[in-house]
Design a protein around this ligand. Sequence first.
Ligand SMILES: Cc1cc2nc3c(=O)[nH]c(=O)nc-3n(C[C@H](O)[C@H](O)[C@H](O)COP(=O)(O)O)c2cc1C
Length: 222
Amino acid sequence: MPRRPWIVGVSGASGTPYAAAVLRALLAAGESVDLVVSRASRLTLLDETRIAFRDAHWRDDLREWLERGADGKPGTFTVDVEGDRVRHWSAGDLAAGPSSGSYPAKGMLIVPASTACVAGVALGLSKDLLQRSASVTLKERRPLVVAVRETPLSGVTLRQLVALDEAGAVVLPASPAFYAGATHIQDLVDFVAGRVLDAAGVPHGLYRRWKGELGGGSGADE
Ligand SMILES: Cc1cc2nc3c(=O)[nH]c(=O)nc-3n(C[C@H](O)[C@H](O)[C@H](O)COP(=O)(O)O)c2cc1C
């Protein structure tokens, strides 16, 4: 089977645990992943995890990141990032595979998406590989999921989100819900990550689905 990855773009909005949860779940589902980490997201990653993501040591840094829980605890998960199932492209590399529509890809998930990234994709700026990959995903009519994280949202960003919706993207605010019985930060993170995977049609067991009964997620009946 030829390799057909999901492109995962991590931009510089708060929420690197969302990206980690999506990446873990894609790999657990047997999917291939092409990772693009924006320059700004290295700051949020550093701020939120103390991990300095280095292009030259990306596999080591990715493993440390993905093995960390949303509460910051190292070694919470075990994740295999070896082999060709995971590729990393530098955000400045505009000659990278995902910058062309002829590069095979299933689609792209931007998790989390900054408002700057939303603007860049809505306007087709392609200022880096992440934005270029998103523009390519739209023009090739492949699924694009944009997990925007900002609050409150300005009218400018709201209009740009409408433009992305009209262009065919799924606009998915990083907005955790409390009906799935969350008791830990990881549960709230996994809810958002699970909704991203739902939008991409990738099976997962990240959160407890609504069963049509009030109180079903509270754990009171268990
Ligand atoms: C610690 C930190 C947290 C940030 N959180 C957000 C955020 O939640 N949402 C957002 O839109 N921008 C946020 N920003 C600002 C973006 O990083 C900034 O707009 C950047 O230009 C985004 O670039 P990128 O889209 O190329 O990654 C944050 C910046 C820092 C340093």
